[in-house]
Design a protein around this ligand. Structure first.
Ligand SMILES: Cc1cc2nc3c(=O)[nH]c(=O)nc-3n(C[C@H](O)[C@H](O)[C@H](O)COP(=O)(O)OP(=O)(O)OC[C@H]3O[C@@H](n4cnc5c(N)ncnc54)[C@H](O)[C@@H]3O)c2cc1C
Length: 388
């Protein structure tokens, strides 16, 4: 066991941290008010070379692993931007994984360098209103036509579709009822987000206002054959490759936000004087903060283990899911405790902790909910009967 700080990791932390810290609390508060996409932040991260951290070197990336991505996203999450900061860049790290693993050399050369340079922005159309967490129940259908496919259907929660010019789209090419297994007949595309054929409607939501989420309706969208990733009907197995890294990153983002809130609360507890002494002198204030610190540290260790397992090509499903559960819980609980520590001012926008609480909440819900993680652990680790 070696917990020493690796100099390469420290330089990622320092480099990313320098970019992230140049965007102050006020910048993120303004984005929370006006809902404008943080283009300046996206550009600064692209110019710093951080958008290609995990992409292959031959396509302009740095070819690094989940551990390095985890360090990067921990830093992005830790300085006031919450999920608005992380979601601006997160998709670049493991979202394009199906392209990297299953794309042809021509597709990789056509798509990856533009993502790394920040010239293309990609959104993910996976979730559907009538399927929910039951992904294999999606209905968006890609009908084979000469030279490609004609797609019709509906997606929900598609994040960044207001600003993206590309979409990774999960479709059925064989209806569920005609498949041997529910995971068969699913095909994945990476294609232009053609606004003439895709209607995008923003969903007003609780937090992460600067990074939009949308309902989208797809009406006779033509997708050329060369925009299909891998083989027809095998798309479900392709997306599995990016699920564990995504859970690890969401977990560490929640932890970073929780630690950010905890730092603010601890500072306030030292400085705020009531009854003639700092409120932090009361154990009722300091003990819950100490407890949150421990929970965040423990969750960070679990996330680090999951990342290490992935990077060493070892099974990591249980650890990645558990890390996502524990990280999101610890992050959420810390943000809530921060609001309570500030008392009335915790409710005021000026102190930022109410925003961090709204930002972190989504990590408990997406990309997978707590209930489904518990079911997964019960079934796969504890050998209980499948409950869904
Ligand atoms: C801000 C935000 C951004 C998102 N961005 C994207 C995106 O970019 N692209 C994309 O494709 N999706 C995105 N999502 C969708 C997200 O992945 C889903 O919301 C999430 O997977 C939950 O699915 P659902 O909302 O359909 O819940 P449902 O499936 O409707 O479930 C509702 C509740 O019932 C519980 N439940 C359901 N079945 C069971 C069961 N068998 N046992 C126990 N409990 C059960 C769930 O855990 C949940 O609590 C986003 C969501 C949010 C909120």
């Amino acid at each position: 066991m070696d917990f020493a700080i690796n100099p390469d990791h420290q330089s990622i932390r320092d480099g990313v941290g320098a970019v992230v810290r140049s965007f102050k609390d006020e910048y993120w508060l303004e984005r929370d008010e006006d809902g404008k996409f943080p283009f300046e932040f996206h550009r600064a991260m692209a110019e710093g070379g951080w958008l290609g951290l995990t992409m292959p070197e031959e396509y302009g990336g740095a070819g690094l692993g989940v551990t390095e991505a985890m360090i990067m996203m921990h830093e992005v999450a830790s300085h006031g931007g919450g999920m608005s900061a992380t979601s601006t860049v997160h998709i670049n790290l493991f979202g394009p994984h199906p392209i990297v693993v299953f794309g042809t050399p021509e597709q990789k050369a056509r798509w990856i360098p533009r993502l790394v340079a920040g010239q293309d922005q990609c959104c993910f159309g996976f979730t559907e209103p009538d399927a929910g967490l039951n992904t294999t129940a999606i209905k968006t259908f890609a009908q084979k036509v000469p030279g490609g496919y004609k797609v019709n259907g509906q997606k929900v929660w598609t994040s960044t579709a207001q600003v993206a010019n590309k979409i990774m789209l999960l479709t059925r090419t064989t209806k569920l009822e005609d498949c041997k297994r529910p995971t068969d007949g699913i095909t994945i595309f990476y294609t232009d987000l053609d606004r003439a054929k895709i209607a995008v409607t923003k969903i007003p939501k609780m937090g992460r206002k600067a990074v939009d989420s949308n309902s989208i309706f797809i009406d006779d969208l033509f997708i050329p054959e060369e925009d299909r990733i891998g083989e027809e009907g095998k798309g479900f197995s392709y997306i599995l490759h990016s699920l564990n890294p995504e859970r690890v990153l969401i977990a560490v983002e929640a932890i970073g936000i929780g630690q950010d809130a905890l730092r603010r609360a601890s500072k306030y507890a030292r400085e705020r004087v009531v009854f003639g002494r700092p409120i932090g002198q009361n154990q009722g204030i300091q003990h819950p903060l100490a407890e949150k610190w421990m929970q965040l540290e423990a969750a960070y260790l679990l996330v680090s283990k999951a990342a290490w397992l992935y990077d060493n090509h070892l099974p990591c499903g249980a650890e990645s899911n558990a890390a996502k559960f524990m990280g999101a819980r610890a992050g959420y609980d810390s943000c809530l405790q921060a609001v309570l520590t500030f008392g009335g001012f915790g409710y005021a926008k000026e102190y930022h902790v109410e925003r961090l609480l709204r930002e972190v909440t989504v990590t408990r819900i997406a990309p997978i909910t707590e209930q489904l993680i518990l079911s997964f652990i019960a079934e796969k680790v504890l050998d209980q009967p499948k409950s869904y």
